[in-house]
Design a protein around this ligand. Structure first.
Ligand code: GAR
Length: 197
């Protein structure tokens, strides 16, 4: 299962996936490329450290979405890898319908809340501000509704009195690092199905 990872940040989830691959815990999945919309992102360093094909691609002039021209370049580059799965691991851009259509049923996202609660940006701050006592992470298919696609897997964390946003983030990332490689492995061996087209 040829897998391309897209990310914008530190890349701790990409690292967990790559480490699972190194330990042969990723089933039939193979990480063939890691792409970032941020030139200096940790995720590209992680790819380099593990000798995985990696590229910065210009995202265009907007902060949170692609413009038409850059989107086309991203689509063409990703198509070149002929991926079976595109895993968004901290990719901080809202994908337009034209991008989603180009890879229908193949885009998996990781979100730092128990969806459908706390969609969009700053999900961990939203959970903190609401004072919820259980949060977690969600792996889900990407459709045209932001963080609204079918849920594949979730993992909970408890939020204790006195936890800071940073402490909650660390707890959530702890479960993310388990759930994302596990979902990719399960997809690659067919124990989790891809969406029906
Ligand atoms: C992860 O916590 C992921 O859930 C979140 O970004 C972080 C990336 O961390 N994604 C989103 O907020 C998407 N809306 P990482 O770069 O260390 O893997």
């Amino acid at each position: 299962m040829k897998t391309v990872i897209l990310g914008s940040g530190k890349g701790t989830n990409a690292k967990a996936i790559v480490q699972a691959q190194t330990k042969q815990l990723l089933g039939n999945a193979e990480i063939i490329a890691i792409l970032s919309d941020k030139r200096e992102s940790g995720i590209l360093e992680i790819a380099k450290d593990h000798n995985i094909e990696n590229r910065y691609l210009d995202p265009g002039p907007f902060n949170s979405k692609f413009d038409e021209k850059s989107e086309q370049a991203w689509i063409e580059t990703i198509r070149g890898y002929e991926p079976d799965l595109i895993a968004l691991a901290g990719f901080m851009r809202i994908l337009r319908p034209s991008f989603i259509d180009a890879f229908e049923g193949k885009i998996l996202n990781l979100h730092p809340s128990l969806l459908p609660s706390f969609t969009g940006l700053h999900a961990i701050n939203q959970a903190f501000d609401h004072g919820v006592k259980i949060s977690g992470c969600t792996a889900h298919w990407v459709n045209e509704e932001v963080d609204g696609g079918k849920i594949i897997a979730q993992a909970p964390v408890r939020i204790m009195q006195g936890d800071t946003v940073e402490m909650i983030r660390r707890k959530i990332q702890g479960v993310e690092h388990m759930i994302l490689p596990a979902v990719i492995r399960d997809l690659s061996v067919g124990s989790i199905p891809f969406p029906e087209s």
